[in-house]
Design a protein around this ligand. Structure first.
Ligand code: ASP
Length: 608
């Protein structure tokens, strides 16, 4: 037997017991004739005391950091207790020991605040994983996994595995492909998600399916994405949107409870996609704080007249506003006393290339009831007050206004809002606010191809009241500049996203389940009959054999863990992640393969 106990479990009540521990040497401290060793394993650290009698042996074969050690001795109460360590009341007076394996000097210290940089830690990830900080993240991941499985199991869901070597599933990214040796010239695709399989399982009658499953998407790796990531993937039959929403807010609340001990008793807020875009500038609003956007040129709003001019800002000869497609304001609480230096810094912030604005207009709503702005030349105090009031500003607030092209300005204000929220400490790590965003558009305009693409995926059903609009209108966009006027631009889907603290943690939809409508959908996306059959013949076929109404959702498991763990990076919650260029620096993958493998696959490289 290698050990009687772990390095984390011995306490004062064990005093006098004869024990054997095994683990890694964290530190060795020599005091004259005695030596202290901190021995570490997954469960903790225990102090070992090597007395004079073992001195010679230790000198002959000294212990080094990360040596694997087995040591036997008696538990004794420490005179000098360490209250910061669970095992800090005791130490083991060692009578015999054995070095099970030596270790080279590790390239960084295996401690919470290690001296190892990111790249080095990734290269030696197996050592990094010994660190407490990383271990805690993996423990949290496992706790989320267990909580999800418990909840779903209790709700009658069945975990069913689906294949990885498949034909393309469209989730909007490129597929990773795998050549087939037995079928030369043919390729499998790795699933971007199990989407079509889980729908087939509904046809087969497994009306509550889930899987915690790897998905593969060959995307350009924008900040914090991984080419392979994990979803909690779920599907249900005989459900409407409402059933899905309540089932899966239950899931997330149950994870909160089991993993964080949080009783999330509030009802989960809901917002339409349109409202999210107008009021927060993006489709995953962080609702831990207010600071809603006021679009001063919103068509049809109380501030805009029939000619589309904003009565609050237009006609004051301020060209920047007059000529801008969009002007958007936010009221930042308690910042009216910002100095010149601070407003200049904010102006520089919005001018950074990532934000890309030309400048920033501000109105200070002073506590004495006066208004001061960077556009005093153009607007009377009365006008400034009207703008500030409309933006919801109170005395003491600072109104920030950006103007420019619609999409860019909306994005910029949305970023500015988040930045100000962060600077003012309104985005607290330990506060969790859930939100459903509903009624997404069914289609998205693809500028490059001047065509419609599915906003979620092609299996998402339109709102029933808008099915006719989809069926009865030609998808062709005659005039690219006026695509917004096309009837398809306004069709909404039975699709929903769950948002947590400004992050999309899950998304799904009610699906199309009739062959005819699915064919119409494919056709709307520009697929002719032949392509439909080639790509999705199996699904269309299945829909002919009694497909039940169904819908589902998938949660980004890595992201959920990172938010619950209070971290910005999903990599911290993946045992063996890839770097920002999609490389595994430990394995040094991707890599070239042997000539023989190419031959077997009958593949010749033609690199450009
Ligand atoms: N398969 C979808 C996705 O990966 C989720 C769903 O619609 O259930 O986003």
């Amino acid at each position: 037997m290698y050990r009687t106990h772990t390095c984390g479990e011995l306490r004062a009540i064990h005093t006098g017991n004869q024990v054997t521990l095994a683990g890694w040497v964290q530190t060795v401290r020599k005091f004259g004739a005695i030596t202290f060793v901190d021995l570490r394993d997954r469960y903790g650290i225990t102090q070992l005391l090597f007395g004079e009698d073992l001195n010679k042996e230790l000198e002959d074969s000294p212990l080094g950091r990360e040596f694997v050690l087995q040591a036997t001795g008696t538990v004794s109460e420490r005179s000098n207790k360490n209250p910061n360590l669970p095992t800090g009341d005791i130490e083991i007076a060692i009578s015999s020991y054995k070095i099970l394996n030596k270790s080279a000097v590790p390239p960084f210290t295996i401690q919470d605040d290690t001296d190892g940089g990111d790249d080095l830690r990734m290269k030696y990830r197996y050592l990094d994983l010994r660190r407490n900080a990383v271990k805690r993240n993996l423990e949290l991941r496992y706790a989320v996994n267990r909580a999800a499985r418990n909840y779903l199991h209790n709700q009658g869901f069945m975990d069913i595995e689906t294949p990885f070597l498949i034909k393309s599933t469209p989730e909007g990214a490129r597929d990773f492909v795998v050549p087939s040796r037995m079928n030369p010239g043919q390729f499998y695709a790795l699933p971007q998600s199990p989407q079509t399989f889980k729908q087939l399982l509904m046809v087969s009658g497994y009306d509550r399916y889930y899987q915690i499953v790897k998905c593969f998407r060959d995307e350009d790796l924008r900040a914090d994405r991984q080419p392979e990531f994990t979803q909690i993937d779920c599907e249900m039959a005989f459900v409407e949107q409402e059933d899905i929403l309540s089932m899966f807010e239950g899931l997330i609340k149950s994870i909160f409870k089991d993993v964080k001990g949080i009783d999330y008793t509030d009802t989960v807020e809901r917002m339409t996609w349109e409202d999210a875009m107008w009021n927060f500038g993006n489709d995953k609003p962080d609702i831990r704080f207010g600071m809603k956007l006021l679009n001063l040129k919103k068509p049809g709003s109380v501030y805009t007249n029939k000619q589309g001019q904003s009565e609050l800002i237009d006609g004051a000869d301020f060209k920047v506003f007059d000529e801008a497609e969009t002007v958007i304001a936010i009221a930042v609480p308690g910042c009216s006393e910002y100095s010149r230096k601070q407003t200049d810094e904010l102006t520089e912030w919005v001018k950074r290339p990532q934000i890309g604005m030309k400048g920033l207009v501000f109105i200070k709503c002073n506590t004495d009831g006066t208004y001061k702005s960077s556009v005093d030349k153009f607007y009377s105090e009365e006008k400034l007050k009207a703008i500030a009031d409309a933006a919801g500003a109170k005395a003491g607030d600072l109104v920030l206004i950006l103007a420019g092209a619609e999409e860019r300005t909306r994005k910029a204000v949305s970023e500015l809002r988040l930045e100000m929220g962060k600077r003012l400490g309104l985005r607290k790590d330990d506060e969790f606010r859930l939100l459903w965003v509903l009624d997404f558009p069914l289609f998205e305009y693809d500028e490059e191809g001047n065509r419609w693409v599915a906003r979620h995926h092609p299996f998402t059903s339109p709102k029933p009241a808008q099915i006719e609009t989809m069926i009865n209108n030609n998808p062709v966009i005659e005039n690219a500049a006026e695509y917004l006027q096309h009837p398809y631009a306004n069709i909404k889907a039975n699709a929903y996203d769950m948002v947590l603290n400004g992050n999309e943690i899950g998304g799904g939809s009610i699906r199309i389940f009739q062959r005819e409508l699915q064919e119409k959908m494919f056709a709307a996306l520009g697929m002719d009959k032949e392509e439909q059959l080639h790509k999705f013949g199996f699904l269309l076929g299945a829909f002919e054999y009694g497909a039940p109404p169904h819908g589902g959702i998938a949660f980004g498991f890595d992201r959920l863990c990172s938010i619950l763990g209070g971290s910005e990076s999903i990599r911290d919650f993946i045992a063996f992640p890839k770097n920002n260029s999609g490389r595994d620096v430990m394995l040094d993958a991707p890599a070239t393969i042997d000539e023989k493998q190419f031959e077997e696959l009958q593949i010749k490289l033609n690199l450009k």
